[in-house]
Each structure stands twice: as structure tokens, then as C-alpha cells.
Write a protein that binds this ligand. Structure first.
Ligand SMILES: [Ca+2]
Ligand SMILES: [Ca+2]
Length: 405
């Protein structure tokens, strides 16, 4: 489902909503005391740390200030949507209704009600992230000035910078960052659901620390119909955002596609088309066109590829480009996607003081640690016999090592 389908859902919901109205009133009355209590006791964080990516067709989005929006670590603060005149999108509920036995499209019993400033207070939603990211990345204002109404003050809401429409839980983004409505967004590589068979929209998606927010825009308006849409990503073991590997060691990666499952669920399947995998140092990230980065190799027919960490220590993006469709062979239907890999410095057994060489100073340092208990050492280098402890056996091993050299 993309933005257009979100809109269709909204139309269906309006027609389906009448039957649920009486029931909704009864629910509000019966649940009032419970929600009031919850609002008092729950303490939401004042901000949320997320990873944020925006792409257009095969590449990551490049802002007017040449910033590449790939795995941006973004601290999104809570702010009142009234600063933007967007009170109709106050957070109300992650779940839109009672759907236990419902089968089929939409949810005729959805009873989501408009939220209130009190109920929404302190809750950071994906809408907050979109507004905040628009201000600091697309408009280029300082982080400390963002989240304070800039888009409204500059009369940018309703323009091609950011143009939300609709109502609570049915927010439809008509224009975003100079692009039209032909995009999709996922939360932690999943199509966000408000209830079974019913998609939620950014205003009702709560964010948590470490969440991944991806937004993919496409030129081809049928992208979402292709069986190979929509978000590529890479896993290292169970990790999907950040993996670590020591220099000169290897890391096994698998390229996945997060796409359509049945009834608006999400399927995660390894990419079998042997896509090229590329990497770039985060310090050198100057283009969102992934195929211009360093070529690592092609994934095999199971989507697997090994990352050889022979490069300098630091943080790297390891990604695939957006891909052509299975049915739409001439259109890009999936986003660029990948993982951040941190390459840590190779350990040097025996270099207790971490100065790059192994000599008698290291022996003295280790003895000092063992005798006095407290001193700064490079712990990874001190367990010479690799038994998990640092003790006199390591001191003996180091002495032996020095005598032998
Ligand atoms: Ca040393
Ligand atoms: Ca040891």
C-alpha cells in the first residue's frame, strides 16, 4: 500500500464509520477513567533517537545542501503540533479499533477519535520525525531552531516542502521535499499497521529509541504493484542497523527485501537476484547514488555476501541500490538499503598500554595492574592466553613472548 491506497482506505473508512459511532461513544465513556490514569503515570521520553532514510528511485535523497539522507541518526524531540497548526494529527491511538474477528479489507469498527494536546503530550510520532527532518535537512535550519514552528512561520506547510492532508489516523502526504505523493514509508522495515488489514499513518505511529524510519519515493506510479517492491535492507546476524567487525576479520551479511505479505502484512525475503553491494565511509558520503560507492561484490543466490574488513577503522554504509521490478522490468520499484558497519581496530595481543608496540613497558604495565589493581590498560590486548581473565598467567605469557622475540 502506498500513499494513494492510504487515501482509498480513508474514503472507505468514512463510509464504514457511521455504524461504529454509537459503539465508540460507549467505549469512550467506559474507558475514560482508565486512560486518564494512564496519562498521569506513563512518562514518555522527551526525545527519541532514530535512524532516518529518504530515497528517490534507486538512490538516497540528496538535500539542497548536498546532505545524503541515508541512515541519519536523528534525535527527534517532542513538540506540540499546534505550533504547526496540525492539531488534527495529535496522537490518539496506535490501534485504530477492535479487529479480533474482522476479515477483509479495512476495518468497519475502527473507532479512532481525534487526539488531544494532553493525551499527545510527550509522545514522539513519525509525524514529528517528518516535520523535524524537513526543517533540519530539507530547509537546512539548525537543530536547536527546529521543532518550534518554522515550517508554519515560513508558510511552508501546504507547499511542495510538506503538504499533509486528511484526518486523525488517515493522514495523507500530498507533497514532500519537492516530490509528489508516490511514495511509501515503513517503520523498522515493516508496513505500519493500526490493526489487522489496516494501515496506520505517520501521526499515529509512536517512535522508540533505535527505530528505523525509511521513506521511499518512486517515479513509476505502479511501483507498489510489483512483487519486488519496496524496501531493501541488509542483516548481519540479527542486526539490521548497526554491526561491528574487527579489522582484518570478516562479517557475513544478507540482503533482504521488506515487501508485501498478505493482508497488509510485511514479508522479509532474501534477495536472490545477486544485487551488487557497495560501501562508503560515513565521512566520505557525498553521493546518494549507491553504485558510485566502492564495489564490495555481488550477493550470491541466497542474498549472502561477506564483508572483508581490511579498510581503516571507522563507520561505513554497506548498501544495495534500488532495484528494477520483477514485473515492471524498466522501473525502479525498491529503495536503496543496507546497514551501518563499524570497523574497529585490530587487537594487538601484548600491547597493554596501547602505544602500538609490544615491549617491556607493557610487561611493567600489566604487573602494575595485577599488583595495584587499578590502572588504565587496553583490556582486549591483555588476555594473552584467551581464557577470558586477566591474571598472572597472562603476565607469564607476555614475558615468554618478549623473551622469544
Ligand atoms: Ca605497548
Ligand atoms: Ca588470560
Amino acid at each position: 500500500m502506498n500513499e494513494r491506497q492510504r487515501k482509498m482506505d480513508k474514503v472507505k473508512k468514512i463510509f464504514a464509520g457511521f455504524g461504529a459511532m454509537l459503539l465508540a461513544f460507549a467505549l469512550i465513556i467506559s474507558s475514560f477513567s482508565v486512560t486518564a490514569f494512564a496519562a498521569e503515570t506513563e512518562k514518555e521520553p522527551a526525545s527519541v533517537d532514530i535512524y532516518f532514510s529518504v530515497s528517490h528511485d534507486a538512490g538516497y535523497f540528496e538535500t539542497p545542501e548536498n546532505e545524503i539522507i541515508a541512515f541519519k541518526k536523528l534525535t527527534v524531540p517532542y513538540f506540540d503540533l499546534a505550533l504547526y497548526g496540525l492539531q488534527q494529527y495529535y496522537f490518539s491511538s496506535e490501534s485504530y479499533g477492535k479487529d479480533e474477528d474482522y476479515e477483509g479489507e479495512g476495518n468497519p469498527e475502527s473507532d479512532i477519535e481525534p487526539g488531544t494536546s494532553e493525551g499527545a503530550f510527550g509522545k514522539v510520532t513519525m509525524l514529528h520525525a517528518l516535520i523535524y527532518a524537513t526543517e533540519i535537512y530539507y530547509c537546512g535550519i539548525d537543530a536547536e531552531d527546529a521543532g518550534k514552528g518554522y515550517l508554519k512561520d515560513m508558510e511552508l506547510i501546504g507547499t511542495n516542502v510538506f503538504s499533509p492532508e486528511g484526518s486523525t489516523g488517515s493522514m495523507y502526504i500530498r507533497l514532500f521535499w519537492g516530490m509528489d505523493e508516490n511514495f511509501n514509508y515503513y517503520h523498522n522495515y515493516k508496513y505500519p499497521l493500526a490493526s489487522e488489514g489496516w494501515g496506520s499513518t505517520a501521526d499515529q505511529i509512536l517512535l522508540h529509541d533505535g527505530d528505523i524510519v525509511t521513506l521511499g519515493h518512486f517515479s513509476n506510479w505502479s511501483f507498489h504493484q510489483d512483487s519486488k517492491s519496496v524496501f531493501n535492507f541488509i542483516k548481519a546476524g540479527e542486526k539490521t542497523v548497526f554491526a561491528e567487525v574487527e579489522q582484518n576479520k570478516t562479517l557475513d551479511l544478507t540482503v533482504y527485501l521488506a515487501g508485501k505479505g498478505g493482508n497488509y502484512t510485511t514479508s522479509h525475503t532474501p534477495r536472490t537476484e545477486q544485487p551488487g553491494v557497495y560501501y562508503i565511509s560515513l565521512d566520505e558520503l557525498d553521493t546518494g547514488i549507491v553504485t558510485r560507492w566502492n564495489f564490495l561484490g555481488s550477493a550470491d543466490k541466497n542474498g549472502n555476501i561477506t564483508f572483508d574488513a581490511w579498510m581503516e577503522s571507522g563507520e561505513y554504509l554497506v548498501c544495495v541500490s534500488g532495484q528494477y521490478g520483477a514485473e515492471l522490468k524498466n522501473a525502479i520499484v525498491s529503495t536503496p538499503g543496507g546497514i551501518i558497519v563499524k570497523v574497529t581496530e585490530a587487537s594487538a595481543p601484548g600491547d597493554i598500554n596501547g602505544d602500538g608496540t609490544v615491549n617491556v613497558l607493557d610487561l611493567l604495565k600489566l604487573r602494575k595492574l595485577l599488583v595495584e589493581g587499578e590502572t588504565e590498560i587496553s583490556k582486549a590486548n591483555a588476555d594473552l592466553n584467551s581464557d577470558g581473565n586477566i591474571n598472572v598467567l597472562d603476565l607469564l605469557a607476555l614475558r615468554k613472548m618478549l623473551v622469544a622475540s
